[in-house]
Design a protein around this ligand. Structure first.
Ligand code: 13P
Length: 243
């Protein structure tokens, strides 16, 4: 199965640099048969339309970084799943640790958002992962088990749901989980979610992508910082290929 290589641009990018990044990625994918990976980018909401205009007709698909649990209504500042679909999104990231942390998003809210996303025809990328202190206390599996149980709605299928394991202590810190930590946690998650794709995220870069992508039960990666540079992101994607 091709690896899923997802770029989470987070709150980065104005029109010129977002278009430029998308153009470079589209150009980079042109000569690539891409049998080894599928590429997805998730720009900030304001940049989805301009990026979509660049990526249309390319092999790269795009998604949002969050959506509301209602399809429309009086929710100032929020974005509904049908709005993302209207911009050609195929995916939405839900329950990212930054939303759980800074917006106090609960797993129950993530599950409600996922239901709206399915109703709009989007696939969801549901993020789970333990804090540093939870791993130090040996609680990483119980934390992740609870997040999975509460964040994934009954409607979830391997076709519409991707799980991203992102240990919070590895996000934007330059610290990556070891291949053995990743292997163990992904095997644990596999036991819970069956055939759903499982991505790893947290300080993935060109230098460590090959080892991570070829670890058992790693079906792809969710990349933050390194997805903002076309060359680095393309190198990560290219690491999907076996040498
Ligand atoms: P970094 O790749 O910058 O560590 O971010 C990971 C992440 O949070 C992707 O969603």
């Amino acid at each position: 199965m091709p690896k899923l290589i997802v770029g989470n641009w987070k709150m980065n990018g104005l029109q010129a640099d977002s278009r430029d990044l998308a153009e470079k990625l589209a150009a980079g994918m042109k000569g690539d048969p891409s049998n080894d990976f599928h590429m997805v980018v998730c720009p900030p909401a304001t940049m989805i339309a301009p990026v979509a205009a660049v990526l249309k007709g390319s092999a790269i698909r795009w998604g949002g970084q969050d959506c509301h649990a209602e399809a429309s209504g009086a929710f100032t500042g929020d974005i509904a799943a049908p709005m993302l679909k209207d911009l050609g999104c195929d995916f939405v990231i839900l329950g990212h640790s930054e939303r759980r942390q800074y917006h106090e998003e609960t797993s129950a809210q993530v599950a409600a958002k996922a239901k709206q996303a399915y109703a709009a025809g989007l696939a969801v990328i549901i993020c789970v992962g333990e804090l540093d202190a939870q791993r130090s206390a040996g609680e990483q599996e119980s934390v992740v088990a609870r997040q999975l149980a509460e964040s994934i709605p009954a409607e979830a299928l391997p076709l519409n749901t991707v799980i991203a394991y992102e240990p919070v202590w590895a996000i934007g810190t330059g610290k990556t989980a070891s291949a053995e930590d990743i292997r163990q946690m992904h095997a644990f998650i596999r036991g819970k979610v069956g055939r759903m794709q499982i991505l790893y995220g947290g300080s993935v870069k060109a230098e460590n992508a090959r080892e991570i992508l070829h670890t058992e039960n790693v079906d792809g990666v969710l990349v933050g910082g390194a997805s903002l540079k076309a060359e680095a992101f393309m190198a990560i994607a290219a690491a999907s290929r076996l040498p």
